[in-house]
Ligand binder design. Structure first.
Ligand SMILES: Cc1ncc(COP(=O)(O)O)c(C=O)c1O
Length: 366
């Protein structure tokens, strides 16, 4: 079989998503017993206790397919977000929804716009459809350049992905900029707001995507249970979208795309706001401790509205390895003068600071 002839030509140039290192690999390599995995923007804690209890209760029923329409979860989300159930889509992680929306909208000859650096799945989703992914660089301050993005829209542009807060920089675009951007978007363009880190945001200037959703305007808001709700391993995210788009996604998604475990875990996560607030508080506190340590050690960083910090360094590979040898896994993007450092528990923070101190002692100014 000639697999080059068999496999669609568009797939050839694609590269698979590269996940961060796993704790078990680093444990073996570094000889450290305790590993601080701060490379995938996960939550350091397990799922909410209410969610764990609910998911346990589902185990004996896994012989049955899940509810393909995720009715209970959609009802709970609709109430929580004050939107209509008919505007909700639920996916196997918000990642699946990004891809489904791209597949529903894009084809050969179309253009999709996104900022760079940002979430690597956007260009992958466009490539899959044969559309052209058009990168618009972030500003020098690592923010979305919304006016440059507006300028980059052409007749062929059908989709714009905006990541707010942005992964990997943790920056947000603010309400004023976004209002201006939206007011000037041509009718043929769908704007997708990826708000995977929304629950960590503290800025009063953050434009919450749901405030802009009115069921008519071509705008989608995507969120996830993988981050603050600690369900990354269960895979569940959701979107709020105009009904014709919900209908299109329903046609092309797998029939049972979200497992029962994931649906139940997400459903029960929504009922514990005290736990949600504890996690928000911890993230704020640990972020401040990390900022102070960075300042003390002369390390430059970009202030973050998410659960990670973009640390600027001219020696990313050396610093990455130095941290790894101390059992701290961060994200190196290869060739970019920065590392993304996840925010975790106090123990994670202390380990990160200790490892950075050793790195400074070894490497000089980072
Ligand atoms: C910006 C952004 N969007 C979407 C996702 C996908 O999240 P999930 O598929 O786990 O919901 C991630 C995951 O890291 C992300 O950083």
């Amino acid at each position: 079989m000639d697999y080059d002839a068999l496999i669609r030509p568009g797939i050839g140039p694609m590269v698979p998503y590269a996940p961060g290192l796993r704790a078990s690999e680093v444990r073996q390599r570094s000889g450290k017993r305790i590993i601080h995995k701060l490379s995938s923007n996960e939550n350091p804690h397990g799922p909410f206790p209410t969610a764990i209890a609910g998911m346990r209760a589902v185990l004996p029923h896994l012989n049955r397919y899940p509810d393909g329409a995720a009715r209970a979860l959609k009802r709970a989300l609709a109430e929580r977000l004050s939107v209509d159930s008919s505007n909700l889509i639920v996916g196997n992680g918000s990642n699946e929804l990004l891809v489904l929306i791209a597949q529903a909208v894009l084809g050969e000859g179309d253009e999709m716009l996104f900022a760079w650096p940002s979430f690597v799945v956007y260009p992958m989703a466009a490539q899959l459809t044969g559309a052209t992914a058009v990168k618009v660089p972030l500003t020098d301050r690592h923010h979305h350049d919304l006016s440059a993005m507006r300028e980059a829209i052409t007749e062929k542009t059908k989709l714009v992905f905006l990541c707010n807060p942005n992964n990997p920089t943790g920056t947000i675009y603010e309400r004023d900029e976004f209002d201006e951007f939206l007011s000037d978007i041509p009718d043929h363009v769908l704007v997708v707001l990826d708000e995977a880190y929304r629950e960590f945001v503290t800025s009063a200037e953050f434009p919450d995507g749901l405030d802009y959703f009115d069921a008519g305007r071509p705008l989608v808001v995507l969120r996830t249970f993988s981050k603050i709700y600690s369900l990354a391993g269960a895979r569940v995210g959701y979107g709020v979208a105009p009904e014709p788009l919900v209908a299109a996604v329903d046609k092309i998604r797998a029939p049972f795309n979200v497992s029962s475990i994931a649906q139940v875990g997400a459903y029960y996560s929504l009922s514990d706001d005290a736990e949600l607030e504890r996690r928000q508080r911890e993230n704020r506190e640990q972020k401040e401790l990390l900022y102070s340590a960075f300042d003390r050690l002369g390390i430059s960083y970009v202030p973050s509205e998410a659960n990670f910090i973009y640390m600027l360094t001219e020696k990313p590979e050396a610093v990455f390895q130095a941290l790894l040898s101390e059992g701290v896994i961060v994200r190196d993007f290869g060739g970019v003068p920065a590392l993304r450092v996840g925010i975790g528990t106090l123990e994670d923070t202390e380990a990160t600071i200790g490892a950075l101190q050793s790195a400074v002692a070894r490497l000089g100014r980072l």
